[in-house]
Design a protein. Structure first.
Length: 115
């Protein structure tokens, strides 16, 4: 499995960005795909997750009400729609997949939110 994250760029406070995580590989069954982020000088933290089969979602408190995670099974892509951006959302965002046997990380995509 390979994960390719994209969509990170400079955004404005209160603006929106959409990140994409394209996955290669066969069917992902009940795998969980998640977004994490790491701000400078801070530990990597969980943002949101979605289960591949039933689209069950889970969010960090910081993401609830502002971010939406979704998936397109045909395109094998997971999206993170980020609205009402805040400067504290500035970080490198990573996508992650856990298929129950192994876990995989994609490369990061930089999100910078200006105030």
């Amino acid at each position: 499995v390979q994960l390719q994250a994209s969509g990170g760029r400079l955004g404005a406070a209160w603006g929106s960005l959409r990140l994409s995580c394209a996955a290669s590989g066969d069917s992902f069954g009940s795998a969980v795909v998640a977004w994490f982020r790491q701000a400078p000088g801070k530990e990597r933290e969980f943002v949101a997750a979605i289960r591949w089969d039933n689209a069950y979602t889970n969010y960090a408190n910081s993401a609830k009400g502002r971010f939406t995670i979704s998936r397109d099974r045909a395109k094998k892509t997971v999206f993170l729609q980020m609205n009402s951006l805040k400067p504290e959302d500035t970080a490198v965002y990573y996508c992650y997949l856990d298929d129950g046997l192994n876990d995989y990380w994609g490369q990061g995509t930089q999100v910078t939110v200006s105030s």
